[in-house]
Design a protein around this ligand. Structure first.
Ligand code: CP
Length: 310
């Protein structure tokens, strides 16, 4: 039976139950088919979304903005200089004002706490479009993409190799909840934050997911999916050179793919730094699904907006 998600916020991917995630993916698949077939689906006609961006974006802005238009609604971009969240006006006051004018808020912020505050005060659904700690929309689109390709999630072996960042944290939480086996490979000192590991272990105890954490970049045997992301996230530009040296052995290249012993899907949330975390040959190779993954941000987030706002 469908679970009503209307009025809920998505601050962490852990806010969604397993059933709710599947609901998002099922509707996402339906909306994707409709979009491809040119079938109108203006189910958010007359609705408005505010999009707060403290950081740059290509995929997130485009997918939310075009997604809202395709659903018959309208999205308003509020860039870093527009509202200066927490500087020109307090975060609760921004939330209170926007909540009286729009039907939903998407926010890309530095401090995860700001998302929690927006969700507390807005009175309308707030969607995390990336914070320093989590990237739930990315994880939902990634698992949808894996399901499209492999027709299953339970028991799929996903190996994330690289920085234990916001993308890694959300993948770990979502994958553990739906029964995927997740291996996180990061250099010492760059692992996913311990509280996410504990949260994922709790999810895995229910789903039967197996979780592994290592710093050995060759430990990729049996992977169905190999995933990487930038070595220096937005806000870490000053560390980029030092990180490039530390992460060099963690590059996804042809030699690393051979260690898997198979032909895993290759994923990256993008933007990619070709020649750093991933080589051109792998990114443009037959195993890569990175651009389908990017496209699926659109379909999955449309489903999410429809379920939360409609
Ligand atoms: N993956 C992702 O969130 O892309 P953007 O930073 O371009 O939005």
């Amino acid at each position: 039976m469908a679970v009503s998600m209307k009025g809920h916020s998505l601050v962490s991917v852990a806010d969604l139950s397993r059933e709710e995630m599947w609901q998002v993916w099922e509707l996402g698949g339906d909306l994707k088919r409709k979009q491809k077939a040119g079938v109108p689906h203006r189910i958010l006609g007359g609705k408005h979304l505010a999009m707060i961006f403290q950081k740059p974006s290509l995929r997130t802005q485009m997918s939310f903005e075009t997604g809202m238009s395709q659903l018959g609604g309208h999205a308003v971009y509020l860039g870093p200089d527009h509202i200066q969240l927490g500087k020109r006006e307090s975060v609760p006051d921004v939330a209170r004002v926007l909540g009286r004018m729009v039907d939903g808020i998407m926010a890309r912020v530095f401090a995860h706490k700001d998302l929690e505050t927006l969700a507390e005060y807005a009175g309308v659904p707030v969607i995390n479009g990336l914070s320093d700690d989590e990237h739930p929309c990315q994880a939902l689109a990634d698992l949808f993409t894996i399901y499209e390709k492999l027709r299953r999630l339970e028991g799929v072996n996903l190996t994330y190799i690289g920085d234990g960042n916001n993308v890694a944290a959300s993948l770990l939480l979502a994958g553990a909840k739906v029964g995927m086996n997740i291996t996180l490979i990061s250099p010492q000192g760059y692992e996913v934050k311990p509280h996410y590991i504990e949260q994922a272990k709790a999810g895995a105890a229910i789903s039967g997911s197996k979780l592994r954490f290592t710093d050995d970049p060759a430990d990729v045997g049996g992977s169905d999916v190999i995933y990487t992301d930038t070595w220096a996230s937005m806000g870490q530009e000053a560390e980029a050179e030092q990180r490039a040296r530390i992460f060099e052995p963690y590059q996804i290249n042809e030699a690393l793919l051979k260690h898997t012993g198979g032909h895993p899907l290759v994923m990256h949330c993008l933007p990619a730094h070709r020649g750093q975390e991933i080589t051109d040959k792998v990114m443009d190779g037959p195993n890569s699904v990175v651009f389908e993954e990017a496209e699926n941000r659109l379909h999955v987030q449309k489903a999410l907006m429809a379920l939360l706002i409609q």
